[in-house]
Design a protein around this ligand. Structure first.
Ligand code: CA2
Length: 147
């Protein structure tokens, strides 16, 4: 089982600014945690980060035939991108949305998530461990589909 973990704009700056929202751990810390969780789940995981909406759409499309599931934090594009929603719907790969903070308790404009409609689940407000919960959710979902 192989999953793709996609991160959107500015998440490469984790641990550098806004610790009140995103904590003090870095993006490198996050990818190390994900690698460790993948190993303990007996799956493989590939992490990617981009600041570009179209690149996220390309990666979601390219996941067809290579990834069994996707964990995605689209960051600010969560609240603006119909293109990312359409891509997830189109590829029909089980996808879990994750957010480090809880956007529903922050600014009004963060309360809309376009991608949520295409996801099998959402994990929010749990810090970086939320990515690991999203991976476990995805694995459990994929296990029930293949047994
Ligand atoms: O809570 C999340 O994970 C968000 O997806 C993060 C996005 C924000 O636009 C969403 O509303 C909620 C922002 C990511 C920016 O990441 C930074 C990390 C460190 C320093 C500055 C920005």
């Amino acid at each position: 089982m192989h999953i793709l973990v996609l991160n959107g704009p500015n998440l490469n700056l984790l641990g550098v600014r806004e610790p009140e929202h995103y904590g003090t751990q870095t993006y490198a810390d996050l990818t190390a945690m994900i690698a460790q969780e993948a190993e303990s789940l007996g799956i493989t995981a590939e992490c990617r980060q981009t600041n570009h909406e179209g690149t996220l759409v390309d990666w979601i499309q390219e996941a067809r035939g290579t990834a069994d599931g996707i964990v995605i934090n689209p960051a600010a594009y969560t609240h603006t991108s119909v293109a990312i929603l359409d891509a997830v719907k189109a590829v029909q790969i089980p996808t879990v949305e994750v957010h480090i903070s809880d956007p529903d308790t922050r600014d009004e404009f963060r309360k809309i998530s376009y991608i949520r409609a295409a996801c099998i689940g959402t994990v929010k407000g749990k810090g970086l461990p939320g990515y690991l919960e999203a991976m476990r959710t995805l694995k459990a979902y994929l296990d029930t589909r293949t047994t």
